[in-house]
Each structure stands twice: as C-alpha cells, then as structure tokens.
Design a protein around this ligand. Structure first.
Ligand SMILES: Nc1ncnc2c1ncn2[C@@H]1O[C@@H]2COP(=O)(O)O[C@H]2[C@H]1O
Length: 873
C-alpha cells in the first residue's frame, strides 16, 4: 500500500490508523468466519453490531470498541491516494477490502465496493458516542442487577443457570426479553449447603488424604525416583488440579450475609478473596515442586498441600451431621485417625532410624539401637555386636535401608514400611516393651512416643466407650424403666397375672418402637418445625379422623403437638361408663369396642382414624362430664390422648370443629337407650363451661345456657312439688340460701357438679307430699322448669275445690305458656341464624355460643359417623 501525505505527522497518524484498522478488519473477519452473528449478515452482507441487543459476546464487545475507535479516527482512507487537509482532521484512505464502516449508522457493512470508508466524526458526534457508551454501561449495570435478582429467585437448588426454566412465568418472559444478551452467558452459583458443595468437599478431601498419606511415606522411604516418578507425578498433579478446582468453586459459592444468601458473582469473588481461606488455599498450591529441578525429588516440598486439612475436617463435620449412621461413621473416622497416626509414626521412626544409624555409624557404632540398623552399610564388627545384643533382646525390629533407596526394589521398600508400621502399632498401643534408647534424640523421641501412646489409648478408649454407650442408650433407658416397674410390682405383691400383662405390654412397646415420645425427642426444635414433623409422622392417622378433614390450616398444627401417644393391652378398659371424662382419644392403630351399660352390648367398634371420649369432655352426655359408655381395647391399641384442657383451648380458636364434634356426639348419643330429648336437654345445658367464662355472656345468654341446668333425674321426679306451699315457702328460703353459689355469673364444670349436688339436696329437702312448689325456686336459681312432669292427679283432685289453688294453677300455667313462647322464639331465631350464617369464623364468639347450643339440638347438621364405626345397635 502506498500513502501520499503532506507532512510527517499526518503520515504517522495514517500508519497508526492503518494498524488499528487492520486489527479491526481481522476481528470482524474472524467473527464472520465463525458465523457468530448469522442474523446480522443481511442480503447486503451488512453486519449490524451496535444495534443488535440480542447479541453479546467478547467478539462483539471488541468489535464495538473497534468501531468506536475507528469512528474516532477522522479519516477517509484511499488505498491509492491519501489526502489530508491541512489541519489533519479529515483524512481518507482507500483499501481493497470489501468492508466499510459507517459511523452514522453505527455499523460496519460489507459492501460490494472495494472501498472502506471511515468517516470522521466531529465533537458533537463524539458526545453522542459518549452518551451511547454511557447508555451501554447503564444497560450492563441493569443487566447485572436483573441477573442477580433472577439468581436469588431461582436459588432453591444447588446451582443455577440463567437458561434454566422456572415457574415464574411472567418474570421469566420479562427477564428473557430484557436480557437476551445475558442468555449467552452461563452463571453457576453454588449453594454452600447444597449437595454439590458437599460432593466437592468429598473430592477435595480425597485429594487431601492422598497428600496426607503419600507425602510422608515418599519422604521417608525415598519412594519417588526415576522409575516411579511418572505415576506419582500423575497422581500429584491430579490432586493439585482438584485443589485448583476447589478454588474456582469457592469463587462461585454463595455466602450468607445477614441471613440472606448472596449470589452476585462479583460479590462472591470479592468475599472469597477477602477471607483467609483464599490465602490458605493459595498456600496449599505453593509450587515448591519446582525445586525438584535443583534439589532432586523430595516429597517434603509438597508439605503445604496438607494445610487443606481444614476442608477435610469440614467434610467430616458435615457428614457426621447428615448421616443416618453416626456411630458407624464415627467408628470409621476413628479407625482412620488411628491408622494415620500409626502410619506417620512409622514413617517418622524410619526416618529417624536412618538418621541415627548414619550418625552413630559415623561416631559411636556400638550405640546403634537395634531397631535402627542399616544392614547395608554397617561393618562386620558392628554386625557381630548387633547379633549379640539381638540375642538378649529379641523384641526389636530391624530395618534395612541405605541412603539410596533406589537399590531396594519396591517390594522390599514396602516390606520395610510394613515393619515400621508394625513396630509403630506395637509402640503406640503400649503392647510392645519399649526398646532402650541409646542416644538423646532417641530418648526424646521415645518419651514423645510414650506420652502420645498414652493419650491415644485414652482417646480411643473414650471414643469407643462413647459409641458403645450410645448404641445401647435407648435399650438401657427402656430396660431401667422395666426394671423399676418390675421391682415395684414384686414389692407391692401385684398378682402374677397382672405382672405378666405388664411385662407383655413392655414387650409390645419395645418390639414396635412405640415408646418414643415425640415431644420429648423433638424438644429441641422450634414449635412450628416440631408440629410439621409431627403432622408428617402422624398424617396418615390424622387424615382419617373425620373432624380433622377440611379443617382450617392451623388446626392440625395446634392439635398435633398436644397429642400424647398411649398404648393399651388387650382387654384394657380405656374408660368406664360413669367415670369423669378428662381426655379424649384418637385411635392410631388397633381395635376398640364401645360397650353399653351391662357390658354385653357393643355399641360400636372403633378402628384407626376413629376417636372417642369427646362426649363427656363436651359435657354432652346425660350425666354431664361422666362417660356415657365404656371403651375396651380388643387387642393392643395405639392411641393418641388429648386432655380436656388442651381440647378446649384448641376449640376456643376453632369453633367449627366443635360444631362437628358436637354433631357427631349427638348422633352417637342417639344410639344409646335414653330418649333423645333428654340427651338434647343435657347437651344444651352442659356445653363449654370454660368457654362461657371466656365470653362474658349477658344475662339472656346465661338464661339460655341455664335452661335445665338441673340434672334430668331431678326434673323427672314425679314427687317434686309444683306449686307454692307454706312449707315449701319456708324450705325455699333454706334452699335458696344453700343454692347461692349457683347465682354466680359463670358456671364452670366443677360448679356444675356442685349444682347437681345442690339440686339433689333441694329435692331431698322438699316435702314429697306438698302440693305446691314455688317455681321461683327455679327463677332464683335462674332455671326454667322446662321438663317438669304433670301433677299428681290425686293431689289435684283433692284440692280442686280450693279457689286459691285453682288461681295459682292458672297463673302458673300462664307463666309457663309465656316461657314456652319466649323459648320458642329464641329457638327459631337461633336456628335461623345457624342456617343463614354458615361462616362461623366471622361470628364473634358470643353469637357463636348462642348458636352452638342450638347446633347440638338440631339434628339437621348432624353428620354421619365415620366409616370405621360400625354401629352394632
Ligand atoms: N354409639 C357410639 N358410637 C361410637 N362411639 C360412641 C358411641 N357411644 C359412645 N361413644 C364413645 O364412647 C365414649 C365414652 O366416653 P364419652 O362419653 O366421653 O364419649 C363417648 C363416645 O366418644
């Protein structure tokens, strides 16, 4: 190419421009040949680089920068002639190339002409260019942010790739549209707690172990030599390669900052490089092996590789935490340490022996310790001495070595190693009698060995003891409990049959692993996590329980940790009719029978997923909080027990479940012999005493609650006087005084029992023959005489002529009518409310309690019994 210029400066400029241009040309051609941006090559062979936002690669980057630099060159180049105007701002130059750059369109185009035109740009263009560059920079920053955000969103697994398809549909679209450029790049971020990190730890640990065992061995036994170097080097540098991989891996491993996993690659890099770990990792790879060239093969030069032990410990820690067989793992680790110590001790002993024998041979040949004999280099005289001493002390091991171990073949070397290892094992386990040291160094080493052996022995013992004790821990605990029960039974002279049953119960418990108290075992975990585990463990059972189906999300959580597992033997009564109910049960496994009064009629058979004992807890039975039936275990029954307090606590928050429970209870009660009306009355009055307390009911509500608080036995009695009489009038005062506790605003379940007693007293105190009974006794007690029986006709006939009696009678009838009307209207309004307001949650508790009484009365909402409950009657 020839250039014509007017002055030297311009000439220089042109040369620079030419060089730059040639470079550009090279890059662009390279790009074209590689067809990286095939889209960019149009029919007119035009490659639009700047405006293609969907393409970003190092080549494009450099091309853009080239275009920029070219743009800045204020030239027009002509291959044949070069012209530059005087101020040098406009230069042109022609070339034979088919490529031209067009700055006005920010593009390089391959044209059919043999001209390349690089148009100069003025200052204004430069500003625009700067703006464009700034824009590009902003885009890059935005892109980084997006990618970081994306990775954080995706960060559920071990590593991520931004081509990875995920479920954030819209987000993904948006991300892809906005950042098509980024899709060319692969982004791997490793979760420090993920599986990949774990396996990386494992691989690096293997590399470390290789170094840990091999370096000292090769150093002591001069193993590395011309013959063996090939495979040793292969292993060595493969281990180094793994170390390098580890460093690269660490560059891409996330870290937690304020509890949030950081995934921005730049931050990760900075973070890693600012930690000591990075320097330690670099130290591990210190290439001292280079000194092989000057001092020959010496494995000790690789000793820095052992610093990587921190990674090995980390791996062990993690495995111990994750493994399901911690004791097996601990045993393996302990054995490894043990052998490693023997190995190192053997190697050091061998080195020392070589050193000492050499030393002694030089100075005091007669003081060579027997186990440190270099048979190759000792003279005959020494051999004789050695033989002599050997006869006295036969416990010693002889080593065979010389300074140049190459003369020993590999098998011989390995035999030497085995000898050393054997001696080391004997010494460190204190089995061998220690040979008498001969030199001060020998003494020091022996002292060290002895102390170390002692410590090692103690550690191993402790470790083994720990593992063994751990293995039998649960068995021991169980056995001690059984022993205690056995001792107790024999001391208290419990009958043989009963003792046998107890022992069989323990047997079943042990063989079926039923003794585990979940809450005790999981005590360390936070409440929510414990609940989640418990739900997961008992899910199958809980799913089958009808009341737990379709309940609110938190209900199971609340309940599951309050359940206590209990086990019953065949024939055991879980509860007996008439007992005070203090807990309800959920059947986890086994078969149970609900037995009626006489014990012969089976009301129902309960299986896994059924529950029982709720009627007395809800005070719905005819006799309040007493069991309405007996429940007997047919075989071994695995139950969950739920205490009354716990149940009420949960039901307070989840009233809908209570409605379900009550509805099913009503259905169950129908199976009993007693008339439904009675059951209904009882259920109506006895519900939720504790809840009543909690809800500050007003007088009306209390009135509703207290209808029929009297036990049915009292209300049914035919001898109860109905009308006032002077006698009754007198007794009323006594009774009212006695019944004062009942005037309390709230009634707890215990108070209910009290009420019953008082009412019984009341009945006893009233004269059986008296014809009149003041109903105000009821009103004083705030009780409505709902279930009063008709008057004794004989008595009525006797007093029928008494006008005051008739008047009283009429007045009482009127009063009763009014009461009935009020009750009826209350009933209708309550049932209406119940039917219309299905969403019980939205109701406040006060309203709810009005209604919940009604639900137990309304057979409409009663749900069918669980499938497993086969009603026999
Ligand atoms: N007919 C029945 N069917 C199923 N279970 C019943 C039946 N009758 C009573 N039960 C249960 O047996 C339990 C005995 O104690 P509770 O009265 O507390 O609660 C009772 C009910 O849970």
């Amino acid at each position: 190419m020839q250039y014509q210029t007017n002055n030297k400066a311009d000439n220089r400029k042109i040369v620079i421009i030419k060089i730059k241009f040639d470079l550009n040309l090279l890059l662009v051609t390279f790009k074209m040949f590689n067809q990286i941006n095939t889209k960019g090559v149009s029919g007119k062979n035009a490659i639009n680089l700047r405006n293609k936002s969907d393409y970003k690669s190092p080549i494009r980057q450099s091309s853009i920068s080239l275009v920029n630099s070219i743009d800045r060159i204020e030239t027009h180049v002509n291959p044949l002639s070069y012209q530059a105007d005087n101020n040098g701002t406009n230069t042109s130059f022609m070339s034979n190339s088919r490529l031209s750059t067009n700055t006005s369109h920010n593009s390089i185009s391959v044209g059919s002409t043999n001209r390349i035109k690089i148009r100069s740009i003025n200052k204004k263009d430069m500003r625009i260019r700067d703006l464009l560059l700034e824009d590009e920079r902003q885009k890059k920053i935005q892109l980084k942010k997006m990618r970081k955000h994306d990775i954080q969103k995706l960060h559920a697994g071990t590593f991520h790739h931004n081509n990875h398809k995920h479920n954030h549909g819209d987000y993904r679209k948006h991300f892809e549209e906005e950042n098509k450029i980024a899709t060319c790049r692969m982004t791997f971020i490793f979760d420090p707690n993920g599986r990949l990190s774990y396996w990386m730890g494992f691989i690096v640990s293997l590399a470390f172990l290789y170094n840990f065992w091999v370096i000292v061995y090769r150093y002591s036994f001069n193993e590395i030599n011309a013959k063996t170097k090939l495979y040793w080097f292969t292993f060595d540098y493969f281990a180094d390669f793994l170390y390098i991989c580890d460093i690269l891996f660490n560059f891409r491993t996330g870290f937690l900052e304020e509890g949030v996993l950081q995934t921005d690659p730049i931050r990760l890099r900075h973070h890693y490089m600012n930690t000591t770990r990075f320097y330690v990792d670099c130290l591990c790879l210190l290439p001292l092996d280079i000194l092989y060239l000057s001092i020959g093969f010496n494995s000790i030069l690789r000793c820095f590789r052992l610093v990587k032990i921190y990674r090995f410990w980390g791996f062990l820690d993690r495995t111990e935490r994750h493994t399901n067989f911690p004791n097996v793992f601990r045993t393996i680790v302990m054995l490894h340490y043990l052998f490693a110590i023997f190995h190192w001790n053997a190697c050091i002993t061998y080195v020392l022996s070589r050193f000492l024998s050499h030393d002694l041979l030089m100075s005091k040949p007669n003081q060579i310790p027997l186990y440190l004999i270099n048979t190759n280099s000792i003279n005959n005289e020494l051999k004789n001495v050695t033989k002599l001493i050997q006869q006295i002390d036969t416990n010693r091991v002889q080593f065979k070595y010389n300074d140049d171990n190459e003369s020993l073949n590999e098998t011989e070397l390995f035999n030497q190693y085995l000898k050393a290892f054997y001696l080391s094992t004997k010494l460190l386990t204190l089995i061998n009698e220690i040979p008498n040291p001969k030199t001060s160094l020998d003494y020091s080493f022996s002292i060290f060995q002895l102390t170390f052996a002692l410590l090692l022995f103690a550690t191993i013992m402790g470790h083994v003891g720990y593992i063994v004790s751990n293995l039998g821990n649960s068995r021991k605990e169980f056995q001690s409990k059984l022993d205690a029960v056995k001792t107790y039974m024999s001391l208290r002279r419990v009958p043989e049959r009963l003792q046998d049953r107890v022992i069989r119960w323990f047997d079943f418990l042990w063989t079926n692993h039923k003794s585990i108290d979940d809450n005790h075992v999981l005590g360390l975990l936070p409440y929510k996590l414990r609940a989640e585990i418990a739900i997961h463990v008992h899910l199958d059972t809980l799913k089958r329980v009808e009341i737990f189906q379709n309940t609110e999300a938190g209900f199971l959580n609340e309940l599951v940790l309050r359940l206590k597992p209990v086990l019953y033997s065949p024939g055991d009564f879980i509860c007996r009719k008439g007992e005070v109910g203090k807990e309800m049960y959920i059947v986890n496994g086994g078969k149970l029978q609900v037995i009626s009064d006489n014990g012969k009629i089976v009301l129902a058979t309960l299986k896994a997923g059924s529950y029982f004992g709720e009627i007395s807890i809800l005070n719905m039975g005819a006799s309040g909080n007493r069991r309405t039936a007996s429940v007997k275990s047919v075989g071994y029954s695995d139950l969950f027990c739920l205490s009354k307090e716990d149940l009420w606590e949960v039901l307070k928050e989840y009233p809908a479940v209570r409605v379900k429970l009550e509805a099913i209870a009503v259905k169950r009660l129908e199976n009993h012999k007693k008339p439904l009306s009675e059951i209904v009355n009882m259920s109506r009055c006895k519900s939720a005493p504790s809840l009543m307390e909690a809800n500050n009911q007003n007088e009306n509500q209390l009135k509703i609650k207290r209808h029929g608080t009297l036990p049915s036995s009292l209300l049914k009695r035919t001898d109860v006087p109905f009308f006032n009489s002077p006698e009754a009038e007198y007794k009323k005062k006594t009774v009212v005084t006695k019944s004062e506790p009942l005037k309390k605003e709230t009634v707890t379940s215990d108070q209910e029992d009290e009420t019953k007693n008082l009412n019984k007293t009341l009945v006893k105190q009233s004269t059986p023959n008296s014809i009149s009974f003041d109903s105000s006794i009821y009103s004083n007690l705030q009780l409505a005489p709902l279930n009063t029986t008709p008057l004794n006709l004989d008595e009525v006939n006797q007093r029928i002529n008494d006008p005051s009696f008739v008047l009283n009678l009429v007045q009482e009838v009127e009063k009763l009518k009014k009461t009935v009307k009020i009750l009826e209207s209350e009933n209708t309004s309550l049932s209406y409310k119940l039917n219309t307001n299905r969403n019980i949650k939205s109701m406040n508790n006060r309203d709810y309690f009005k209604i919940e009484n009604e639900t137990s009365l309304t057979p409409k909402i009663a749900k069918p019994e669980t499938d497993s409950e086969e009603c026999k009657l």
